[in-house]
Design a protein around this ligand. Sequence first.
Ligand code: SAM
Ligand code: SF4
Length: 360
Amino acid sequence: MTITTLGVPSVPHRIDGAPSSHAPATGPLVDSYGRIATDLRVSLTDRCNLRCTYCMPAVGLPWLGAEQLLRTDEIVRLLGIAVTRLGITKVRFTGGEPLLAKHLEDVVAFTATLQPRPEITLTTNGVLLAERAASLARAGLNRVNVSLDSVDETSFAAISRRHRLADVLSGLEAADRAGLRPVKVNAVLDPRTGLDDVVPLMRYCLRHDFQLRIIEQMPLDAGHQWRRADAVTAGDVLAQLRRHGFALEPDPVARGASPAELWRITDTATGSTGMVGLIASVSHPFCSTCNRVRLTADGQLRSCLFANEETDLRGLLRGDANDAAVEAAWRTAMWGKPAGHGINDPDFVQPRRPMSAIGG
Ligand code: SAM
Ligand code: SF4
């Protein structure tokens, strides 16, 4: 088995002659390597109703206080600046678990009024999706990514430390009925059970016409337990699927800034076909094409998932900064975006915040 197309150049080259301290005052949201950010991920809460091993500890993670969280008026103001001044074209709400945020429909509805109207998506664990999929679609949500690592009750409970598989499956079906398509399923495979889990998960997704995306586990767990040698790689997944009778061909459509390498897949036992995405963040980093920027639930801007620096937009808002000043701070923060995540460097330091407090 050979992996023919995974990966893009992992680290970008700095723009020739770019002054390192000056972001352009207007135009697209560019960094000093020439990458343009158009995809904003907004975390609405750091809390969650699951406790996935690769993200949160079983107990003991301190929550942000109510006064630390951005208020609804602050979130919508930042969304307005992002879309109308900075050229953001896609907004993804995440967390923590974004369905724990009661104002999600209101924030989505506001985002849908912005011009040019951005694409609006949600990443959720799906536990509470069945009851809100229809109202979210009415508010203007375009699509969802639902995280589901296994369709086996025991594996699901071991990974998420909760018995909520049936709720997630109901949530997925409700999202489909509400037209939040294409429904995508995000899976992070467990080092012990993941290669067994992926085969029935793939069949489940093909049966329901959901697009499975398998994400390599990254060192963003609260317990700092991640070990490279244990993690399941995209190459391991391709080999496992082929061993179990799936035929895979690289999708010829250009990947662009998407983190997922898409493959056309056929289950040779049933003849069912679909697409599967492999997000090889560790084994084949795609930092050179990154177009993403993140806003944490407490109003800190992160130019990279793995950034060790944050820019305090909440402080600016509460200090009466005008929109031009917030825009300038945002542009400066993005200009300083690091070349790459550095996971594969010997001096790599895991960020202080776990994934649940950043927003995936
Ligand atoms: N709670 C929601 C969910 O699980 O979909 C949204 C937040 S969660 C942090 C967003 C995505 O990050 C999920 O798809 C999750 O699987 C992924 N994720 C969390 N920790 C990760 C890690 N250490 N490595 C790779 N992906 C991770
Ligand atoms: Fe919660 Fe999502 Fe983290 Fe799982 S991955 S603990 S569902 S925030």
